[in-house]
Design a binder for this molecule. Structure first.
Ligand SMILES: [Zn+2]
Length: 90
């Protein structure tokens, strides 16, 4: 599904298809997130993925270099897990 940035206004959608949950656009803008997963879907992601993701975020906050490729790959894994879970529900 393609999101129309105009109709969304100041909201930013969960990256899981058909989720429909939103967050204020200022949140991802402040944190520099390209995508966002809502709390419900985030909870469904396996804790191991969440831990790796948290470690990467922490390294970033400490000013340590995080290979972008690695951060991207981890995010892709997190997202894939959440999408799979969401698909399993329908
Ligand atoms: Zn969601």
């Amino acid at each position: 599904m393609l999101w129309d940035p105009v109709s969304l206004g100041d909201r930013f959608p969960c990256c899981i298809p058909h989720c429909g949950r939103m967050v204020a656009k200022t949140v991802p803008e402040e944190k520099g997130w390209g995508e966002w997963i809502c709390g419900v879907h985030w909870k469904m992601v396996r804790s191991t993925y969440r831990r790796v993701h948290a470690r990467i975020l922490r390294r970033g906050r400490q000013g340590l270099a995080v290979p972008l490729v690695r951060a991207d790959r981890t995010w892709a894994r997190v997202k894939r897990a959440a999408v799979k879970w969401a698909a399993g529900l329908s």
